[in-house]
Design a protein around this ligand. Sequence first.
Ligand SMILES: [Fe+2]
Length: 275
Amino acid sequence: MGALWLRQFLSGRDFALGDPVAVEMRNQAYAIGDEAARQAVLVDPAHGAGELVELVRAEGMEVVGVVATHHHFDHVGGRIGGRRVGGILELLEVADVPIHVQRVELPRIARSTGVSTSSLVAHDSGDVVAVGEVELRLLHTPGHTAGSQCVLAGSMLLSGDTLFLDGCGRTDLDDSDPAEMYRSLRRLAELPDETVVLPGHRYSPEPSAVLSRLRSSNIALRLPSEEAWLAASGLGGRESGGQGAGGQGAAGRESGGREFGGQGAGGRADPAPPA
Ligand SMILES: [Fe+2]
């Protein structure tokens, strides 16, 4: 496997500065690839997608693809209220690259972004996207949406809105499934201790954390049974105000916003934390 190259970008700080939606959503987009091959894919370019391409190119890296963790506008672009987030449609204007998605998510991503299905590559869980000699394994983790996926590269887990450092993605949205979320979280919890979790939003002080710590600090990984999970999360039915184990919180946010201290890895458009 080649030398992993990883950058993390916080919306409203590292890109899309002054964009109130980008500031509010606190998305963490990523570029990940092979340092020697000088190739990378972008994960979840939504706000300022063209700008993200330029940030990667400014480091002498070629953008050779995109991985979309799920269909929400703050991960792939689309309409929110009266606004349009450029996302992958904007990105394709400056980089004609394949967009890697889970098979079940493909129709919704095409519909919400306006991107042609010919630009979308459907994957099944466990598929590998090769970037130079670096392998990105796509893990289907339904729950937040039906076709949510995470990216595993070595010990780096880009967890989208499936797993945050504190809590997890909402399970009260139209194609959410709290029971599926429980099973997805259990699978992620079984990854090796040293796995570095890099979530799709900055809802905690740190940008990332090791899984061995999250198993005890993150309530979404601690509930012992599906029954306890469903009871604690109120079946994911609350749109706002509630804060169950599933991390549902105020509308417009993806988590309950609980915070905790501790060490992180990465930072301001930082180089990859050590694998
Ligand atoms: Fe989401």
